[in-house]
Design a protein around this ligand. Structure first.
Ligand code: SIN
Length: 314
C-alpha cells in the first residue's frame, strides 16, 4: 500500500490531487465519485452578483486554452444556500475560492464564507480578467501583503493565496503572501495572453485579453512552484498545465506538496482519477511507500546534491 496523503498547513488530504478553481463543479459527481479527490475547490465567487465578461469567453490556442470568463457570480447568499450544502455530503475537504474588487470587500466575503463545511479558503488575488490589463493584487508584493493582512484578520480558516504568473517578482510576492498570513500558496493562475482571428482581425475573446492555461504553461508554473517553495516555509500547491502523472511527479519533486488539475479535466473529465491511480502505481513501482518522500527532492545540476528547502515554521 502506498500512502498518498499529504498535509497542507494542518489540513489532511487523502491524496495530493485536487481541481483548479473554475474547472470543477457539482456536475462532475455524475462522472466519478467526488470523494476520490484530495480536496474540492469551487469556482471563484464574489460577494454580489457579477455578469462576467462579454462572449466569446474561451478559445483554443495551440493545444492550450485562453479564457476571459470574468468571474460570473450569483453572490455569497446563493453560494451558502446551494453550493456549500451540496459538498457537505462528501468527506473530502471543501476549499472555497473567493475574490473581491477591494481588500475590504474581499475580507468581508472571507468572513462570510467561513462557515461549517468549509475547510479552507483559496483567495484569488490573481485573476487576470477583472481589471484592465490583467492587474491583480498579486502582481506586487506590497498589494499582496496588504490584502493578505485584511484577509487573515477576517477568518481563522486556512488561507491559500493563489498567485499570478503575471509578475516579475515571484519570490517577493510569495514571501509577502506568507508574511501577510497565507497558510499555503497556489502557484499559479493563468498567464495574461491574447489571440487574434487573422481574417476578421478581431481578438478571439470578447474581453480582448485573457488567461492562458493548459500544457504550454506547465514549465512556467513549475519554475514558479520551485521558486515559491524555496522562498517560503509554507506549502505550495502547484497549478498550471498539469495533465499527466509525470507532470504531478515533476511538481512534487520541485517542492510542491499537492497539485491542482485544471484544463485537463475539460478534455478528460476523469483526468484527476486517472492521475491518482497512476501516481499510486508509479510510487509502488519506484518502491516508495509515501508520496511525501518525493516532495522537494530535486537535485541541483552542478552540485549533484539535493536542493535545500526551508523547514516549515514550527
Ligand atoms: C475568470 O473567471 O475570468 C477566471 C478566473 C481566474 O483566472 O482567476
Amino acid at each position: 500500500m502506498v500512502d498518498l496523503s499529504v498535509d497542507i498547513a494542518g489540513l489532511k488530504l487523502k491524496n495530493p490531487i485536487m481541481p483548479a478553481s473554475g474547472t470543477f463543479s457539482e456536475e462532475l459527481a455524475e462522472v466519478f465519485d467526488l470523494d476520490r479527490l484530495g480536496a474540492h475547490v469551487t469556482k471563484t465567487i464574489t460577494r454580489g452578483w457579477r455578469d462576467g465578461n462579454p462572449t466569446p469567453r474561451v478559445c483554443e490556442v495551440n493545444g492550450s486554452m485562453l479564457n476571459s470568463i470574468g468571474i460570473p457570480s450569483k453572490g455569497v447568499g446563493a453560494f451558502l444556500e446551494k453550493v456549500v450544502p451540496f459538498y457537505r455530503h462528501y468527506e473530502t475537504p471543501l476549499v472555497v475560492s473567493i475574490s473581491g474588487n477591494t481588500a475590504d470587500e474581499f475580507a468581508t466575503l472571507c468572513s462570510e464564507v467561513s462557515v461549517d463545511g468549509v475547510a479552507a479558503i483559496e483567495v484569488n488575488i490573481s485573476c487576470p480578467n477583472i481589471e484592465e490589463d490583467g492587474k491583480a493584487f498579486a502582481i506586487r508584493p506590497s498589494s499582496t501583503y496588504d490584502v493578505m493582512c485584511k484577509l487573515r484578520a477576517a477568518t481563522k480558516l486556512p488561507l491559500w493565496a493563489k498567485l499570478t504568473p503575471n509578475t516579475g517578482e515571484t519570490p517577493e510576492v510569495a514571501r509577502a503572501a506568507e508574511e501577510g498570513g497565507a497558510d499555503a500558496l497556489v502557484v499559479a493562475n493563468t498567464i495574461l495572453s491574447m489571440a487574434i482571428d487573422i481574417h476578421s482581425r478581431r481578438p478571439k475573446l470578447g474581453n480582448l485579453m485573457g488567461g492562458l492555461s493548459g500544457p504550454s504553461i506547465k514549465p512556467i508554473a513549475l519554475r514558479m512552484a520551485y521558486q515559491c517553495a524555496r522562498a517560503t516555509r509554507i506549502p505550495v500547491i502547484g497549478c498550471g498545465g498539469i495533465s499527466t502523472v509525470e507532470d504531478v511527479i515533476e511538481f512534487l519533486i520541485a517542492g510542491a506538496s499537492a497539485v491542482q488539475v485544471g484544463t485537463a479535466t475539460f478534455i478528460h473529465p476523469t483526468a484527476m482519477v486517472s492521475i491518482i491511480e497512476g501516481l499510486e502505481s508509479w510510487l509502488a513501482a519506484e518502491g516508495l511507500s509515501s508520496v511525501r518522500d518525493l516532495i522537494g527532492t530535486v537535485i541541483d545540476g552542478e552540485q549533484n546534491e539535493a536542493v535545500v528547502f526551508m523547514e516549515a515554521a514550527p
